[in-house]
Ligand binder design. Structure first.
Ligand code: HSE
Length: 309
């Protein structure tokens, strides 16, 4: 029986502009790492938190990784306990799915200690309960891509259907994270509860067009559809320089550019040959508002959370 295991879970871009709360993709360049160790005392403990964020609650019920594994331990009525150590690679309040990645890495590491390991769909449900601690609502657009990898659509909450969507191999994602924090709760609370019918129609067409473009490798259709007409117009005021960043990406050949999750990170999809120019233009956009930023370029390979040997 395995006594300890360490798992890595990648960051993720929630919503991908057109699929609020249902679509997301993993981003391999950064992620969180969680080690799980069997203990004789039943329950869950968190013995250490290191990395980009250390000031997180250590009570399992108030920590996304802790809560996810606590739900697992309780549900499975395990006769042993699990101690977690969390290494954060994803900045706090960045819109890069940090709380989801910790919850996913935690359940994947804990799963390796079980006499009969669970399948991904069961792990997804535990991780979703963990992430609800941070965002105040249950949605899988960061959890599912971090766990499964690649571009992932999740339909349903209680019995989620998870589908990995193919992405044309020349597409890259550019992520630019300005050095500021945004709370997901806050970015959700500002959203209007009612939406104009014309916007719903437009966004539905964009989601359908975007997914069809991905399935058929039609970059022109992706370019025409990768536009959020509902959430981005409401949230962009929370991100200084957003317009300059988007303009920089689009004028340098991006297929689309929008807010990653709840922000403030901004992502752009583009063809490989434009990626570095777009990254530089986006960084320059934030600089117009005196914001320094970190930037990454990644493929959209379908590689999700995994045990590190
Ligand atoms: N879909 C979520 C949002 C992602 O945009 O609020 C952040 O948890």
């Amino acid at each position: 029986m395995r006594q300890a295991a360490t798992a890595f879970a990648p960051a993720s871009v929630g919503n991908v502009a057109v699929g609020f709360d249902v679509l997301g993709h993993s981003f391999q360049a950064i992620g969180d790492r969680v080690s799980a160790r069997r203990t004789s005392q039943p329950g869950v403990t968190i013995s250490d938190i290191t990395g980009t964020v250390v000031d997180l609650p250590r009570e399992p019920e108030r920590n996304t990784a802790g809560m996810a594994v606590l739900c697992m331990v309780r549900d499975l009525k395990l006769d042993f306990g699990i101690d977690l150590t969390i290494h954060k690679g994803i900045p706090l309040g960045s819109g890069l799915g940090g709380s989801a990645a910790s919850a996913v890495a935690a359940v994947v590491a804990a799963n390796a200690l079980l006499p009969e390991p669970l399948g991904k769909l069961e792990l997804l449900k535990f991780a979703m309960k963990g992430e609800a601690v941070a965002s105040g609502s249950v949605h899988a657009d960061n959890i599912a891509p971090s766990l499964y990898g690649g571009l992932v659509l999740t339909v349903g909450i209680d019995n989620p259907n998870v589908k990995q969507i193919p992405v044309p191999s020349t597409v890259r994602c550019v992520l630019v994270h300005p050095h500021m924090m945004l709370s997901t709760r806050e970015a959700r609370e500002i959203l209007n509860r009612s939406i104009d019918l014309s916007d719903v129609i437009w966004q539905s067409a964009n989601l359908a067009g975007f997914l069809t473009g991905c399935f058929t490798g039609d970059l022109q259709l992706i370019r025409e559809s990768l536009e959020d007409v509902i959430i981005e117009p409401q949230r962009q005021v929370l991100i200084p320089g957003f317009k300059a960043v988007k303009e920089g990406a689009m004028s340098n050949g991006a297929l689309g550019c929008s807010i990653s999750g709840a922000g403030p990170t901004v992502f752009a999809w583009c063809e490989q040959q434009h990626a570095e120019r777009i990254r530089d233009a986006m960084v320059a956009g934030f600089a117009t508002r005196n914001l320094a930023s970190d930037a990454w370029i990644s493929t959209l390979d379908p590689a999700g959370a995994r045990i590190l040997e």
